[in-house]
Write a protein that binds this ligand. Sequence first.
Ligand SMILES: Nc1ncnc2c1ncn2[C@@H]1O[C@H](COP(=O)(O)OP(=O)(O)OP(=O)(O)O)[C@@H](O)[C@H]1O
Length: 282
Amino acid sequence: MLHAKGLTKIYSSGKALDSVSISLKAGSISGLLGKNGAGKSTLFKILCNLVTADEGKVEINSNRKKPIGAVIEHPGLYSYLNAYDNLKIFASMQNAPSDRNSLENYLRMVGLPLDRKDPVQNFSMGMKQRLGIAIALLNDPEILILDEPFSGLDPIGVASLITLIKKFASQGIAIFISSHLMAELHKCCDYLYIIDNGAIVNHGPTFQLINNLVSIYTLTAENISNSSVVKKYAIHFEKNNVTVNCVSGEMPILLKELLEEGFQVTACVPNITLEQLLKNDL
Ligand SMILES: Nc1ncnc2c1ncn2[C@@H]1O[C@H](COP(=O)(O)OP(=O)(O)OP(=O)(O)O)[C@@H](O)[C@H]1O
């Protein structure tokens, strides 16, 4: 769907991107993980043709009028207008259908209420983010790029945005999300690119990337600290949470043993930091 090869960008401040190559597939969610200043926004701006690369090329196989929809940095909204009127203005700017039915459909797609008539300055961060996504989806692009979509959202807002992103991917949209937060990308991405100082230093299927590096997991189950099985691996106990140290191959066995002991694990979260991913090459 999208292939970028050897993208390099040099600003007066220095090299922002260093020979970056990425591919996005229809229906997949790819993540771009990196610290502040790593080059995430620069890459997104080049993919969206808002900034020109000094070297490299971007190929997009799409016959849509707008192949890529994006929310880069913050959704640019008219804060004194309501959601519907914002969408209407952007639809006319993008030459997209602007009849009531079409516009309300975009509001529905992102889960925004149709009856909110007040200006978007009253909206929560999550609602503004959703409206930004609705605007990005005008003209039905095949690729959706979201720059730091989780910033400023509470855990419930993050979870519901992840559900929305997964819904769009299941409809065949290729999604590319940046974040400096490992946990959020781990929850929703099929594939991860790790960027540092403008270069991709690590990439691979999320599951593989994480499993090769992680040996510490947090398990959650009611009263799990009473389990005798978990004591073989445990390094930190709380009533319903236990941190364990085991290689990924041992985890299915541990989960099975816990179930046999009567503990139903409701969450198994790998503990990995961005620093670990930056340091390791696969
Ligand atoms: N227009 C510009 N002119 C000069 N330098 C720039 C410009 N835009 C970005 N940079 C520099 O390029 C580097 C990469 O910036 P970029 O905004 O792409 O990083 P980022 O990973 O998106 O960071 P953040 O998470 O803080 O948004 C930084 O050193 C930044 O200062």
